[in-house]
Design a protein around this ligand. Structure first.
Ligand SMILES: Cc1cc2nc3c(=O)[nH]c(=O)nc-3n(C[C@H](O)[C@H](O)[C@H](O)COP(=O)(O)O)c2cc1C
Length: 169
């Protein structure tokens, strides 16, 4: 069975497409892909390592399917799990709320006993403010398909070895 579960929510397909790419890069035998719209808390229990992928809507809100699932996260025991967050946003049009939904997932996972991994550096972005940034780090991999799609592959490629290491540890 795959050791990594990629669980994503996507309204217009951007996050889904990025996650399909990520799954191929990690290997289908290593990573399963699930839409959070079809997920149950039991799906989270199946994986020691999780990648939670979300896009940002409203003004810094979780994507709709994640928002709907959010109360169910209280039924997931994250203890012993390593969890990375991948988030999509638009730093040009939502520059003061760029990927602001990220801490909602990060803090919930931490509160429920999980270890959040896969932090990245904030260099190369042009946002004004983002709640995804804390203590000089981004709390996951942050992608912008609206303005920096040309950087997505390189960002994924840099993230994967870091993830593999964190998931192996
Ligand atoms: C109505 C609307 C609201 C949005 N709100 C935000 C936001 O608050 N912060 C942000 O970083 N991006 C925001 N975005 C950008 C989306 O997160 C971005 O387009 C993302 O790639 C969509 O991914 P998806 O197709 O997987 O849902 C918004 C986009 C729309 C259309």
């Amino acid at each position: 069975m795959a050791s990594i579960g990629i669980i994503y929510g996507s309204s217009t397909g951007n996050t889904r497409d990025v996650c399909r790419k990520l799954q191929l890069m990690l290997g289908r035998e290593t990573a399963d892909l699930l839409d959070v719209a079809d997920a149950t808390p039991a799906d989270f229990d199946r994986y020691r390592n999780l990648i939670l992928a979300v896009s940002t809507w409203g003004a810094g809100d979780l994507q709709d399917d994640w928002e709907e699932f959010y109360p169910d996260l209280d039924e997931v025991d994250f203890s012993g799990k390593r969890v990375a967050v991948l988030a999509l946003g638009d730093q040009q049009h939502y520059g003061d709320a760029f990927c602001d939904c990220v801490p909602l997932l990060v803090d919930k996972v931490t509160e429920r006993g999980g270890t959040v991994v896969g932090f990245t550096e904030p260099e190369g972005y042009n946002y004004i403010a983002s709640r995804a940034e804390r203590d000089g780090k981004l709390l996951g991999l942050i992608l912008d398909e609206d303005n920096q799609a040309d950087q997505t592959d390189a960002r994924l490629k840099r993230w994967i070895p870091r993830l593999r290491k964190a998931f192996a540890g």
